[in-house]
Design a protein. Sequence first.
Lengths: 114, 111
Amino acid sequence: ETGVTQSPTHLIKTRGQQVTLRCSSQSGHNTVSWYQQALGQGPQFIFQYYREEENGRGNFPPRFSGLQFPNYSSELNVNALELDDSALYLCASSFLQGGEGEAFFGQGTRLTVV
Amino acid sequence: AQSVTQLGSHVSVSEGALVLLRCNYSSSVPPYLFWYVQYPNQGLQLLLKYTSAATLVKGINGFEAEFKKSETSFHLTKPSAHMSDAAEYFCAVSHNNDMRFGAGTRLTVKP
């Protein structure tokens, strides 16, 4: 148990739809990162939020967006879903303070786009 | 930009044999390096991390890794494999909390 909770665990959406994935960070953590893990691949960095501001972004289009709330929970929103968006989406929380905080991962949300 | 390369997408060992999973990194600054394990349909669990202290890092479940700057490597080892070690293993490099993962190595343990 890492204390990081993601919901829902599984989701099926139709191409063109929009989806919101949620992450509850571990208590005391101020940073959340989102990753996309396609089948058989390593996680790919989508973006990171620190104290409610985006703090870095990977090579993902603008239709991938996020929010971090005052309680440090977070949402990942994906608009205009494409078939290639089918993947496991992982959220990781950490405490960022001058160095590298250990990242704790949630169980992930399995998104299937049909 | 930083990156890691994991050599070998699949590794198979017999129970009780040495486990060696290879990882090479590329980083323009002193790196923070990590090994994570992922069991089917689960998130990632941290095995160990290197943060510029001791070059030999001991982790959970009997795993350890050695940071070798001259070889830009951070290979993961375990002296004796258990059936429960069968999983996907990911090496990662991080700078300013931007973590980049390798493609992963699937470890199979034969009885």
